[in-house]
Design a protein around this ligand. Structure first.
Ligand SMILES: N[C@@H](CCC(=O)N[C@@H](CS)C(=O)NCC(=O)O)C(=O)O
Length: 209
């Protein structure tokens, strides 16, 4: 099973964290986004979207981080992707993070971290303002949902926690304003107890280049 990832990719971080948490036997392949390795014909043949992460398992190609996490959980026979009505709630959080929470956090991460890291100074102040406004709106929804709960769905860790939670470890770097959200902070402190959450990436990898 090959997992294509890069350490600056939050979506790849989800898949790597789940693979490591489940101790799956994975060949990690680093695809350097900063060098454009995700736009090579070889990689586009795997993921025509030119995005990370991607997975190949027994000839099956899969992209989209949330689908990859579910596949990994199935593979391990893990309840991270439970086979009951909790799936509906998990899909709800998957849709929510892609459409709202991760989307706006991703804009802030791109403008505040990726652009400067690439030597660019064309920060889009209007995009930052708009994303900050939306981010607060959706962080408020998450914070209220987490009141009295240890996990997003049910009473146990699921792929929903990995999907939505991925924003928080990147918040400081991307200047994503989550400091004032106490329930989110409490939930993250619990996730931080997981070694694979703290350090999701492999030590040694093959390179796609
Ligand atoms: N919905 C996709 C989003 C994937 C995505 O946007 N990946 C980013 C890194 S976090 C990427 O590869 N960006 C490179 C590009 O768009 O050129 C998923 O969840 O896997």
């Amino acid at each position: 099973m090959k997992l294509y990832y890069h350490e600056i990719s939050s979506n790849a971080r989800k898949a790597c964290a789940v693979a490591k948490h489940l101790a799956l036997d994975v060949d990690y392949v680093a695809v350097d986004l900063t060098k454009g390795e995700h736009k090579t014909p070889e990689f586009l043949a795997i993921n025509p979207n030119g995005k990370l992460p991607a997975l190949i398992d027994n000839g099956k190609v899969l992209w989209e981080s949330n689908a990859i996490m579910c596949h990994l959980a199935d593979k391990a026979g893990s309840d991270l992707w439970p086979k009951d009505e909790r799936q509906i709630d998990i899909v709800r959080w998957f849709c929510w993070e892609q459409a709202h929470f991760t989307r706006h956090a991703g804009t802030l991460f791109f403008e505040n971290f990726i652009k400067p890291a690439m030597g660019r100074d064309d920060i889009n102040a209007e995009a930052v303002r708009e994303a900050t406004e939306f981010l607060h709106r959706f962080a408020g929804v998450l914070d209220v949902h987490l009141e009295g709960r240890d996990y997003l769905v049910g009473n146990a860790l699921t792929v929903a926690d990995f999907a939505v939670g991925v924003v928080v470890p990147l918040a400081a770097t991307g200047k994503v304003p989550l400091d004032g959200y106490a329930e989110i902070g409490r939930w993250q402190a619990a996730l931080n107890e997981l070694p694979a959450w703290r350090e999701p990436f492999p030590e040694k990898v093959a390179s796609a280049a």
